[in-house]
Design a protein around this ligand. Structure first.
Ligand SMILES: [Zn+2]
Ligand SMILES: [Zn+2]
Length: 499
């Protein structure tokens, strides 16, 4: 069989952080060659070694599944960060207005840090081509924001499967592959490429935005690389990488480079650790105790599945591990990430998903994420970066508020938004900690509702016409309860809201 090969020598990963400009221009120089390559050449470069070695095939499939669930986590983290920057740091406007040189500075930080996470991500630049060149990304602010929009999730939560970034050439190749009858090697190779390129782009964007906003770069956990079941480099066959290097550098040069790469690899390994395989735990091994491996998997397949405790091994057994334990993996078995298990401390979500074609604004998604994290809160108001939490102690008022909030947040129903907004304003009227104008601005942005002040005013008129002067949110409250509510809350019934 002819060995499928990518006829370029990649820049060295260890140069990404030490000499980012040079490393990046080396990448951009070979990008022109890469863009002329048929996708099938890149797919074959993964599919051929995959098909040739059964143990390697098994390790690659397991790794692919790990990358899939890791990508889900990466996208949830990126979504949380990006939405917070949109809502609180005015990201979109600042990024669009920034000078291309300034954008470029942060993009280069994003590129070099993302590519330093792991070898497979570094080499995945070959699947991105022009899409990840500095000149392309920095010239128009929209480019990065469009990529971000392509991966941002509708909620800040672990998705069931990752959102892959569309790309005309790859999408056409995928459609053609689906029409044929691909074998597992071909399916694995394409899925692996699409997953890795999306993951790399997510990390580049996340690091770029953090750098631009001025917060610490995201920390990415990378599992220790198991040499035993991964003979050779994860991306290209070792024998092949060497032959390209010998062509370009001569035998002695290639040897020196291989030595340097090995030292850099050892250095990276030192910073890595083992993780518990149970998705509900994922604890890192701090070195105090050895993680036990699943014996059947090791004995039958030399597959290393590690658990921090027998509790985790038991918990992982029925929902996930039982179906693959000790058996050769198939592409089908690994092509979906294992179902996400929420950490035990996570409260159940308070707000339902958006209904129909209702699209939530970034600010509203952030609000919902904050409420989901803290079920005791009824609303989070912000003045600048300062947050003040609202919670209504009266159980009936709280239940009515939450019903209305649910409808406003899941459907975008204008009437519900107005009733809820009016109630928030009316309740905070006498409290010097709150500023009505700032709250109205925040709600306008969250619900993309410019007419909100007028709508709140109408609600106040409804309250004035009510025989008991109840705000519309409490219109169904019995007069007796209403009297108690006013006493208990120390609310001045006569206060009329002016906007
Ligand atoms: Zn564990
Ligand atoms: Zn097992």
């Amino acid at each position: 069989m002819a060995f499928a090969a990518v006829p370029v020598m990649f820049p060295q990963m260890q140069d990404a952080l030490t000499q980012p400009e040079r490393w990046n221009s080396n990448w951009e120089n070979i990008t022109r060659n890469i863009d002329r390559l048929e996708p099938s050449v890149l797919v074959d470069s993964l599919a051929v070694p995959f098909a040739a070695q059964p143990l390697r095939r098994d390790a690659s499939l397991l790794e692919h599944q790990g990358i899939l669930s890791n990508l889900c986590r990466t996208q949830a983290l990126l979504t949380g960060a990006a939405l917070t920057y949109f809502a609180d740091a005015n990201l979109e406007e600042r990024w669009m207005k920034a000078d291309p040189d300034l954008r470029g500075k942060h993009i280069l930080i994003g590129l070099s840090n993302a590519c330093s996470i792991a070898r497979n991500l570094h080499d995945a630049r070959v699947y991105c081509g022009r899409e990840l060149t500095l000149s392309h990304l920095r010239s128009d602010g929209r480019t990065v924001l469009d990529l971000l929009n392509a991966v941002i999730l509708p909620e800040v939560a672990m998705p069931k499967e990752p959102k892959l970034i569309p790309h005309s050439a790859w999408d056409a190749f995928a459609a053609a592959q689906a029409r044929g009858s691909p074998n597992d090697s071909e399916k694995y190779a394409l899925a692996s490429i699409l997953t890795l390129r999306t993951k790399l782009i997510c990390h580049v964007i996340h690091a770029t935005l953090n750098s631009f906003i001025g917060v610490e770069l995201p920390k990415v956990a990378v599992a220790k690389y198991n040499k035993k079941n991964n003979p050779g480099e994860p991306f290209l066959g070792r024998e092949f990488g060497q032959s390209v290097a010998e062509n370009m550098l001569g035998v002695a040069g290639a040897k020196a480079q291989a030595k340097e790469n090995k030292a850099a690899w050892k250095e990276r390994q030192r910073g890595r650790t083992e993780y518990c395989s149970y998705g509900g735990c994922s604890k890192a091994n701090d070195g105090s105790a050895k993680f036990a491996r699943c014996k059947t998997c090791w004995d039958n397949m030399q597959r290393e599945i590690l658990y921090c405790s027998t509790e985790c091994q038991k918990a992982d057994w029925k929902p996930h591990h039982k179906s693959i334990c000790g058996k050769p993996l198939t592409f089908e078995a690994v092509s979906k990430p294992p179902p996400p298990i929420p950490p035990r401390s996570m409260p159940a979500p308070q707000i339902g998903p958006a209904v129909g074609d209702h699209k939530r604004s970034p600010s509203l998604i952030v609000q919902i994420a904050r409420l989901n994290l803290n079920p005791k809160l009824d609303y989070v108001t912000r003045i600048g970066t300062e947050e003040t939490n609202l919670d209504f102690p009266d159980p009936e008022a709280q239940a009515l508020f939450r019903q209305c909030r649910e409808k406003a947040m899941t459907t975008g129903d204008k009437q519900s938004i107005a009733i809820m907004a009016h109630f928030i304003c009316w309740m905070t009227l006498d409290n010097p900690r709150f500023q009505i104008a700032a709250i109205v601005e925040q709600l306008k942005k969250e619900y993309v509702f410019d007419e909100l002040p007028r709508a709140i005013h109408e609600m106040q008129q409804r309250q004035n016409k009510d025989p008991f002067r109840r705000p519309p949110l409490l219109a169904r409250m019995s007069p007796q309860n209403w009297v108690n509510f006013c006493k208990g809350m120390n609310v001045n019934r006569q206060v009329v809201l002016e906007l």
